[in-house]
Design a protein around this ligand. Sequence first.
Ligand code: ADP
Length: 276
Amino acid sequence: MSDASTLATDIMAAARAVGAVKIYGSGETEVRALAGVDITFEQGKFTAIMGPSGSGKSTLMHCMAALDNLTEGQAYIGDTDLSTLTDKELTMLRRDRVGFIFQAFNLVPTLNAIENITLPMDLAKRQPDQEWVDNVIATVGLSDRLTHRPNELSGGQQQRVAVSRALASQPEIIFADEPTGNLDSRSGNDVLKFMRDAVDDLGQTIVMVTHDAKAASYADRTVFLADGLLQGEMLNPTAEQILDYMKILQVGQFVRAIQEGATMEEVLEYMKDLDD
Ligand code: ADP
């Protein structure tokens, strides 16, 4: 039975996972990267995914972005259950409905900024919505750099071009994997502010994996993973609140590792992580 509140939630979901399980390998080497995750990413919101290293953040993002498939459970983009799609349909969904931003900017070095921004649409032989592209370019604040090639742009500017490229085709959702991982903090803040503006001014939906509490503090909502399970979430947290919660999660993982008979090297590795 669905009441008004669940209907409203369904309508607002840009993507969601239901009972998501991902197992790598089998037998002795089996790793349960996702152990049953239920999560909804709301339309028009900026969500950060955080958690200790190995907690399943990238796996969750890859499975939700149709870059990998779940072992059990469902991942949806809008109302589309990814497990029902053929390989060809998945390719089209990734091309038409999903945007990606990676740590390495992945720009084509021989194309200038504007050519890079419109490349996915040119490849898909789709006519860009000029008004929208102009809007994106105005938001990106690179109007005087559009004819520059990537090697004539700073790291922060290159990543802003990569964010614009993801935005240009108006995907239903953009997945970003450590988008500021290669940037100094000033350029990183620049890119995060641009992503924030894309959500506020252009209504974009963004899901970002990050290990940086400062980066996550730009999001509307931060969800926390540990051991392949959702541990909790915070709405509009400060970087300090995020850091405190991360410490608690890391201590929890550390205690469980000792209970499960971790080696001394593994314990020392965890302690090093706690100091970071
Ligand atoms: P995070 O992004 O939080 O660091 P990951 O999603 O990358 O975590 O990894 C979760 C767990 O799954 C880790 O134990 C990792 O070693 C394991 N894992 C990730 N990818 C693979 C793979 N292709 N093959 C085997 N194990 C993997």
